[in-house]
Structure formats: C-alpha cells, structure tokens
Design a protein around this ligand. Structure first.
Ligand code: AMP
Length: 280
C-alpha cells in the first residue's frame, strides 16, 4: 500500500496503471474508518485491478464549524485498517492541496439540494460536489463507490456525473449496521452511552413505517412516524420523507411506478443521525 499526499505523485502512479490497461476504483472517505467503509473497499477491490481510497475531511461540506472541529480523525488506525484490506493506494491530501485557490464551481443540483439534508444543511451538497468533482478529476477512476447510507449524497453524485459528462460508473453499496440496527457512522463514537442505547429507535421506526404500507397512505405513514418521534423524549425528528430516487420528490401514492426510499434525520444529543430504507 502506498500513501500519497499530493495530486502530482498520485496521478503519476495512476497514469502508469492506466497505460498498462488496469481498471481503477475510487473510494472517497473522510476517515475515522469503520466496517461501513471497509465494505466499500472490499467491493471496490473485487471489481477493479487497483483502488484508491481517499481520506479527506472536506471543510466545504460542513455547514457547522463546530461539527468540522469535532469530526473524529484517526489516520494511523485508518491506514492500519486499509493495509489489512490490501488497499493499493491511499490519498491523504491537505486542504491546500485540494483547494489551492478560491475558485469554487457551482453545480445546478435543483431539488436535490433543496430537500431533506439540503434543507437542513445549507451548502452541504455544493461542498460535496466540489470535493467529489476534484477527486474525480484527479483520479479519473473507472468506478467510484458510495454508500447507500448517505442516500441523498449518492443521488447527488450520480447527478454530478451527468453534469460533468463523465464516463464513470457509480456503484451504490449497501448500508452496514451494528447488530442492533444502528447504521454505522464515524460520528457515532460521539454518542453518550444513553444516546447510543436509544439510537436503534431510528432504524426500528423505518422498518415499522415500511410495514404500514398495506394500511396507510404515504402521508399517513409520515404522520405516524412524526407522532412516534414526538413520544420519544431523547431525540428530535428533523424530517421523515418517502421519496423517489431520481429527483427526491415525495411519493404521494404507493402505486407510483418509482423506486421509493424512506429517509430520516434526527438530532440525538450533539449528533445528527441519518438513515434510510428502501420502501418498495
Ligand atoms: P464518510 O467517511 O462518512 O464521508 O463516508 C465515506 C463513504 O462511506 C460514503 O460513501 C458513505 O456513504 C459510506 N458509508 C459510511 N457509513 C456507511 C455505512 N454504515 N454503510 C455503508 N456505507 C457507508
């Protein structure tokens, strides 16, 4: 495994691989790696001749400076994990390396950046688009791997590929959960013991909501979920939506011929938890 800190060094190596016809997979991360990230790395390893895992806590996607400050950073452990997973190349750039100038591109993400996470975290998806487009430009991968856990981000990245006209396959990877159902996330280590105990409520609620399909309309399911969270004192629901997977517009009727996903965000102590479940 080779760790690169500059775009130049990384691209020099990648050019050699490309010239010898090797396929390249990219797994972008912000570090503090867990089993969720490891699953992306394993899938990418299976499908490509060589993979690049990037570790970069991207300031432009944080709308809250305190969240950026508190974001867990565990580079040594991350590198150990990646070594164990036999990652080929790891890219750990500095902020200066990824943002050498003030030039910021704006992407027309339409409703994708106005709804759900976009409404709660102003500018977040423009920040995601900034960094992902720069990583795509640097690595020029054949395939890139994103977790279904950040479902809206996945849809945004697919849109970005369309906007940029890239010949690049985006591979969606399943959500990895702890045994009690909580979706794994780097931020989970900041939950108190009591909060951690309460956290599976989110996933359980999504599953119960999905079961209501037979007896309730989408709007009624939404009301049912909102009521259920009101009765739970420890966490505050930010949103629950059942949306289709292209424009993320709310589903109004179960008969619609679209892929349906139930998406939820809650505030639990200092942490926001997001999760989702396919509702088809
Ligand atoms: P992050 O480091 O949080 O930016 O995540 C990097 C990538 O890992 C993103 O594509 C995430 O969606 C994905 N990821 C994070 N947590 C999980 C999880 N529990 N299951 C599957 N993928 C995940």
């Amino acid at each position: 495994m080779i760790v690169y800190r500059t775009k130049n060094d990384l691209t020099r190596h990648l050019d050699t691989l490309r010239k010898s016809g090797k396929s390249i997979g990219l797994v972008p991360t912000m570090g503090a790696l867990h089993r969720g990230h490891a699953s992306l790395v394993k899938i990418a390893k299976d499908q490509n001749d060589a993979i690049v895992v990037s570790i970069f806590v991207n300031p432009s996607q944080f709308n809250d400076p305190a969240d950026l400050e508190a974001y867990p950073r565990t580079l040594d452990l991350d590198l150990e994990m990646l070594q164990g997973l036999k990652a080929d190349l790891v890219f750990v750039p500095s902020v200066q390396e990824m943002y050498p100038d003030e030039v910021i591109r704006t992407f027309d993400l339409g409703n994708l950046e106005r709804t759900m996470e976009g409404a709660q975290r102003k500018g977040h998806f423009q920040g995601v688009a900034q960094i992902v487009s720069r990583l795509f430009e640097t690595v020029a991968p054949h395939r890139a791997y994103f977790g279904q856990k950040d479902f809206q981000q996945l849809v945004v990245v697919r849109r970005l590929v369309e906007i940029l006209g890239l010949d690049l396959e985006i591979v969606a990877c399943p959500i990895i959960r702890d045994e009690d159902g909580l979706a794994m996330s780097s931020r989970n280590v900041r939950l108190s013991r009591e909060e951690r105990k309460a956290a599976p409520f989110v996933h359980i609620t999504l599953q119960l909501a999905r079961e209501k399909r037979g007896s309730m309309s989408p709007a009624e399911v939404k009301m049912w979920v909102e009521l259920r969270f009101k009765e739970q004192p420890i966490m505050k629901l930010e949103y629950f939506e059942i949306v289709e997977d292209k424009e993320l517009m709310p589903v109004t009727n179960w008969g619609e011929q679209v892929n349906k996903v139930g998406c939820v965000a809650v505030q639990l102590g200092k942490i926001r938890l997001i999760d989702n479940l396919i509702f088809d």
